[in-house]
Design a protein around this ligand. Structure first.
Ligand code: 6PG
Length: 474
């Protein structure tokens, strides 16, 4: 009998099945379209993998209590697979949804399946196809009993950090795993947008060619920015298009797609009252990028107001490159600080009891946002598990202090030249707002009280008291 089953043999599901098999488990596989199963079996005929054309046959291949991974497109397909599986499963069996499901769907499914005696886990899996095959970062949410059933398998198939720790840990109940995966992806969006802005400045201010930018990113990857996304970015800049013999990046259409996780995180953060402007601006910028046709028209009609001669950067290119690096790192610290603070707020709201140190630790390897920098974040929460915001961790406080002048300079140069840097600048605005004892919200409160008698509190009175003023002498 097979130890575990995988439903959905797209690249991610197939690779996950191969990873599990490589770790000495017998795997059963099933795919709705049977020809895909046949292809998969043809390619992997020498492995300890069995398959069935029918779902019932697949379920019967599994040892009891059954453990089944679903790796299909998020949304309705997940509900449909669960509904069909329910015809054949028995109490005590476990379903793990390893796709990028919306956490509220996972909460709903968890309640529905628990009522039927079926265990359910919403499992975030990050690392793309290569990670799924060789070791992803895994974020499992569900009941602790379900976690105990599969802990040994997930620990074996997961990536390992430099210190040998597996990049998987129990995240929390119900939708906690998918919630955390969604925030992971949202941080991924911010990280990618920040990198794109850094590239845009190097390209538009210094007029650097992709080959040169590749070298810069390669150098950056040797220092504190060391990360998977910086590494692949330098490789992207090196790629020459076979057809045109030009850098391929210059030929890629500038319309960014998205599948939803970043948007869900922004929507949820607004619901929870959590400020994550770097993530929000990354989501919004993908949306604006997708309006290519409108942008093309507007580019011919709207003015920049830039006096090219006056705004032209005349300093040393090397200095600006270093300033961009520092600005990128400072923005990145702020983006992660926002994502982690969102997790803290959500943990309280949804009673997830999240361990931020453990989450940072399992993001250190295997996942898309893996970075040397996550060692520092792990350390920050290990030293102070009650840390309210990463900006207050002394290492980051001081790092930001060192990088601030360059960060402001880079944004000024970009704004002066009309180059959009929404994630760089919203990160800086977040930083400046967060460190402000006084914000102009006094005026907003006064306006609210003026037009709607919404009341306000006074700096010199008990904060439980509400005041209303007659702002206008009639
Ligand atoms: C990962 C990735 C993965 C997927 C993204 C892409 O962690 O392995 O995040 O889940 O590639 O969801 O998301 P978009 O299509 O929204 O950019």
């Amino acid at each position: 009998m097979a130890d575990i089953g995988v439903i959905g043999l797209s690249t991610m599901g197939g690779n996950l099945a191969l990873n599990i098999e490589r770790n000495k488990f017998k795997v059963a596989v099933y795919n709705r379209t049977y020809s895909r199963t046949e292809n998969f079996m043809k390619q992997n005929g020498d492995k300890n993998i069995v398959s069935s054309e029918k779902l019932e046959g697949f379920v019967n291949l599994l040892s009891k209590p059954r453990k089944i991974i679903i790796m299909v497109v998020a949304g309705k397909p997940v509900d449909s697979v669960i509904e069909q599986l329910l015809n054949y499963l028995e109490k005590g069996d476990l379903i793990m949804d390893c796709g990028n499901s919306f956490f509220e769907d996972t909460e709903r499914r968890a309640i529905m399946l628990e009522e039927k005696g079926i265990k359910f886990m919403g499992v975030g899996v990050s690392g793309g196809e290569e990670g799924a095959l060789n070791g992803p970062s895994i974020m499992p949410g569900g009941s602790p009993e379900a976690w105990n059933d599969v802990k040994h398998i997930l620990e074996l198939i997961s990536a390992k950090a430099d210190d040998g720790r597996p990049c998987v840990d129990y995240i929390g109940p119900r939708g906690a795993g998918h919630y955390v995966k969604s925030v992971h992806n949202a941080i991924e969006y911010a990280d990618m947008q920040l990198i794109a802005e850094a590239y845009d400045i190097l390209r538009k201010v210094l007029k650097l060619q992709p080959q040169k930018i590749a070298q810069i990113f390669e150098d950056w990857n040797k220092g504190e920015l060391d990360s998977y996304l910086i590494e692949i970015t330098s490789k992207i800049f090196k790629k020459i298009d076979d057809k045109t013999q030009k850098p391929l990046v210059d030929i890629v259409l500038d319309k960014a797609a998205q599948k939803g996780t970043g948007k869900w995180t922004s929507q949820n953060a607004l619901n929870l009252g959590a400020p994550i402007p770097a993530i929000n601006s990354a989501v919004v910028e993908r949306v604006i990028s997708s309006m290519k046709e409108k942008r093309v028209i507007a580019s011919k009609k709207l003015f920049s107001g830039v006096d090219e001669e006056k705004a032209k950067y005349s300093g040393s290119p090397e200095e600006l490159i270093e300033s961009v690096r520092k600005a990128l790192y400072a923005s990145k610290i702020n983006a992660y600080a926002q994502g982690m603070e969102l997790l803290l707020i959500a943990s309280e709201e949804y009673k997830y009891n999240l361990n931020l140190g453990s989450i940072a630790s399992l993001w250190r390897s295997g996942c898309i946002i893996r970075a040397k920098f996550l060692n520092l974040i792990t350390q920050a929460y290990e030293e102070d598990p009650k840390l309210t915001n990463l900006l207050l961790y002394p290492y980051f406080t001081n790092k930001l202090k060192d990088n601030l002048a360059d960060w402001r300079k880079v944004i000024q140069i970009a704004v002066g030249l009309g180059i959009p840097v929404p994630a760089f600048s919203s990160s800086l605005a977040y930083y400046d707002s967060y460190r402000s004892e006084f914000l102009p919200a006094n005026l907003i409160q006064a306006q609210r009280d003026f037009f709607g008698a919404h009341t306000f509190k006074r700096l010199d009175a008990d904060l439980n008291e509400n005041f209303h003023a007659h702002w206008e002498d009639k």
